[in-house]
Ligand binder design. Structure first.
Ligand code: BGC
Length: 294
């Protein structure tokens, strides 16, 4: 039975700036889809805004995809909002969301209606494995930062094929899949290239990963400020830290980028990182837990 220890108050403790999801142009539209500008004070739905008529956009390529919902107008579509709906998890980590007549983003207005490029109305669930080790010298001593005198953590970072940004090797939770399985699967696909290695190599890394991923520490569960979010569809994640204290298990494993990743490496952690979506905030929480250099 995998053990995932819950940190106290993991729910909405990230810096919830709600800014990436208010960027002017919607991603993957060649800047042809523009969001209505939403000033900070107008983000909450409770603040009246009679003339709020944002563009509605749902990317044409998600139509008919197995991972995507149909249009709400589809007469065969009877979603059970705020519930586990068959294999689809429509429950938000943020509590009960309003539906009017589509699910409403629990963090407020984004300047765009519809689903954008997201498959599900309401929450779209992801999982992020944050795999860490200490940075060591050739003599295998843990390296300290010369200013803070604190030990330097490294994490397995991948460069995303879609945006080119560096990120945690996370991914979407498949329908019916347990988060613990998504964490392992995404790490193996993106950082160990398990989809393309031989059967025997895959079995070897699988058993090591099974063991290593048994001891995770949940650092966050909730909404993510993602540039794909809309008023009616948004990203949520569960981020779990798996730490190799001695650098002898996953820390010693050969990394190889695969699937949605074009590059992978052990990245030194500091506050200067510029990572995808809310990943900087997730990493900062891991740093606090290990009292590492930031
Ligand atoms: C990514 C995750 C990320 C989530 C929310 C997913 O597509 O794979 O790493 O946390 O989106 O931004």
């Amino acid at each position: 039975m995998p053990i995932i220890k819950l940190s106290k108050g993991t729910v909405p403790i990230l810096r919830m700036l709600h800014t990436k999801c208010r960027s002017r142009f919607y991603p993957r539209t060649d800047n042809t889809v523009t969001r209505t500008e939403v000033p900070d004070e107008k983000v909450p739905w409770e603040v009246k805004w009679d003339r709020y008529y944002p563009t509605t956009y749902t990317a044409p390529f998600i139509k008919g995809q197995s991972w995507a919902d149909p249009e709400v107008t589809d007469t065969n579509f009877h979603p059970k909002w705020n519930s586990i709906d068959g294999n689809v998890n429509r429950v938000s980590h943020m509590g009960v969301y309003k539906v009017n007549p589509f699910p409403l983003n629990p963090m407020g207005r984004t300047g765009l209606q519809g689903r954008g490029v997201l498959g599900r109305w309401g929450p779209n669930h992801a999982a992020d494995p944050i795999v860490t080790r200490w940075k060591r010298s050739e003599a295998q001593e843990v390296e300290l930062n010369f200013e803070t005198k604190k030990p330097i953590l490294q994490f397995v970072a991948i460069q995303r094929r879609d945006t080119g940004e560096w990120a945690i090797p996370g991914g979407m939770v498949d329908p019916g899949e347990k988060v613990t399985s998504t964490l392992k699967r995404e790490f193996m696909e993106e950082a160990l290239n398990s989809l393309e290695c031989s059967e025997s190599e895959r079995e070897k890394s699988k058993s090591m990963i099974e063991k290593f991923f048994n001891d995770g520490y949940e650092v966050y569960r909730g909404y993510v400020d993602d540039h794909r979010n809309t008023d009616n569809a948004w990203m949520e994640t569960v981020a779990v830290n798996f730490h190799d204290e001695n650098g002898t298990s996953v820390g010693a494993f050969a990394l190889s980028a695969g699937d949605d990743a074009v590059n992978v490496h052990w990245m030194d952690i500091s506050k200067n990182l510029l990572l995808y979506a809310s990943h900087n905030d997730l990493i900062e929480k891991v740093v606090a837990k290990h009292n590492a250099h930031w």
